[in-house]
Design a protein around this ligand. Structure first.
Ligand code: NAD
Length: 472
């Protein structure tokens, strides 16, 4: 399809239109058209081609919004979604089948128990700014696959991507069933005042609480994909050069604005100096002219987030051991590591969600685990680096972690089809791949009692006969 390369200026959806799209999405669901599997496959295919046709425009928009280098946009947004779509297109006919492999006493076998996969209904998806395309469309793939209709509310902090996404959804997908509403708090509040069958929210825990409270008024189920202060651990037996290189990648990719990236790294005391040396070597390898001049390093989303990150650097009592350069006029913050000696340091107590992080020396893995359980008992992800055998054993891990990667930064998140979700403060529920289908599906248990079974069921009818119970 022909694509106009011009990105329209950001325009908030009117409150009248918000009410209208909610009604339309509910009516489209009530029409039952989404029950048809072929219809869902057509929508998924159209979405696939929409993303493909609009890739150059999305790349421009992502560059405009968050300075995302094209390679990062292609890997972390476009290909990521296409792979998720590919899986859904391939597997949907299997996923929608009734589950019959169930556990029940043999006496109930004549009832042919099964679980049917019913769509939840009409859902609201609210997305954040850091992966402004992927984090809205990935849940949409699940909603379409499950047979739901959906309204997306992208982040106003990534307005260009939001406008292109609206264009794609309106041009390629069924017009009544899928909508993009743009706006800020008033528009989101208007959306939250509508009745939904599920709200899927990705963002910070403060807004998550607003959403969960609002949803509770109507007992609307929620999936919450949140953040946290994610730990990493580097043992003295790890390949330090590799650990440094991989962890640095985790904080340069998307300029560290990745919910899964490490907030702090516990490093065994005796290798701290070497680890810092390797970090700086990788920094110079990645950015020979410095990150500011590099086309392969993104920017901070806006001044508000820049100020928040700068404030963390200004108030730390730690020592900057890598990077440190900032420039507000270009929303630039260099990848920066800060050596700290207190878990009460602002670099440890705040979620970074940017390219800055702390190094906290520890005596051993036991101390690291104590630190992790204190700093944030329920982070989204954990990354550990050890010797070959430590890695094979999986290293000791703290109590509650959303997801984990051994011997790398957040590669658990790079596999677009594996379940993704937090625990406690880092979220509830999971999606991606099969989990996205499940996220928007109601598993309806169905049994059917045959006529002939009434003879055996006689025992349940009054007048009761306790003697007869013996045969059961
Ligand atoms: P954001 O500012 O873009 O907000 C997210 C969404 O919430 C936006 O659509 C915004 O319009 C909406 N919103 C903001 N205030 C609101 C209000 N008062 N009422 C209703 N809606 C409101 O992004 P953010 O929340 O700052 O994103 C960063 C956070 O998200 C970090 O904590 C990060 O760790 C987390 N995150 C988590 C994941 C994940 O998959 N678990 C992914 C990305 C980001």
């Amino acid at each position: 399809m022909a694509v106009d390369s011009k990105i329209l200026p950001f325009e908030a959806t009117s409150l009248e239109d918000i009410a209208r799209v909610a009604v339309e999405a509910r009516a489209a669901y009530a029409s039952q058209k989404t029950k048809n599997i072929e219809w869902r496959l057509v929508q998924l295919r159209k979405l696939y081609w929409g993303i493909t046709d609009y890739t150059p425009k999305f790349l421009d928009a992502l560059k405009q919004d968050i300075g995302k280098p094209s390679t990062e946009a292609l890997l972390g947004e476009i290909s990521y979604l296409l792979s998720d779509l590919h899986l859904s297109l391939k597997k949907l006919k299997t996923w929608v089948k009734d589950d019959t492999d169930l556990d029940y006493p043999l006496t109930f076998a004549p009832l042919k128990p099964r679980i049917r996969k019913e769509p939840l209904g009409t859902v609201l998806i609210i997305g954040p700014y850091n992966y402004p395309l992927m984090l809205n469309i990935a849940p949409l793939i699940g909603a379409i696959s499950a047979g739901c209709t959906a309204v997306i509310k992208p982040s106003e902090s990534a307005p260009a991507t939001a406008m292109v996404m609206k264009e794609v959804v309106e041009k390629y997908l069924d017009p009544g069933s899928f909508h993009v509403v743009n706006g800020t708090v008033p528009e989101t509040t208007a959306l939250l005042n509508e009745k939904w069958d599920k709200i899927f929210y990705t963002g910070n825990p403060t807004v998550a609480r607003i959403i969960a409270k609002k949803a509770a008024e109507t007992l609307t189920p929620v999936t919450l994909e949140l953040g946290g202060r994610n730990p990493a651990f580097v043992s003295k037996a790890a390949n330090l050069a590799l650990a440094a290189r991989r962890l640095l990648w985790g904080k340069t990719n998307n300029a560290g604005q990745v919910c899964m990236s490490h907030n702090y790294v516990c490093v065994e005391q005796e290798v701290v100096d070497d680890f810092i040396k390797f970090l700086n070597a990788s920094y110079n390898d990645f950015f020979p002219q410095g990150p500011k001049a590099s086309p392969d390093y993104g920017s901070i989303i806006n001044e508000r987030q820049f100020d928040r990150l700068k404030n963390m650097l200004d108030t730390t009592s730690g020592k900057i051991v890598m990077g440190g350069e900032t420039d507000k006029s270009e929303l630039f913050i260099a990848p920066t590591a800060v050596l700290v000696d207190s878990i009460d340091d602002p670099m440890m107590t705040n979620e970074s969600f940017g390219p800055i992080w702390s190094i906290y020396p520890v005596d051993d893995v036991e101390e690291a685990i104590k630190v992790m359980n204190k700093v944030d008992p329920t982070p989204l992800s954990l990354m550990t680096f050890g010797s070959k055998s430590e890695n094979e054993q999986g290293n000791s891990q703290p109590r509650h972690i959303g997801r984990a990667t051994i011997n790398d930064a957040y590669m658990h998140g790079a596999v677009s089809t594996l379940p993704f979700g937090g625990v406690g403060e880092s979220g509830t529920g999971a999606y991606h791949g099969r989990a996205s289908f499940d996220c928007f599906t109601h598993r309806r248990t169905v049994v059917a009692t045959p006529n002939w079974l009434d003879k055996l069921l006689r025992v349940r009818y009054a007048p009761y006969s306790p003697a007869e119970l013996k045969q059961y």
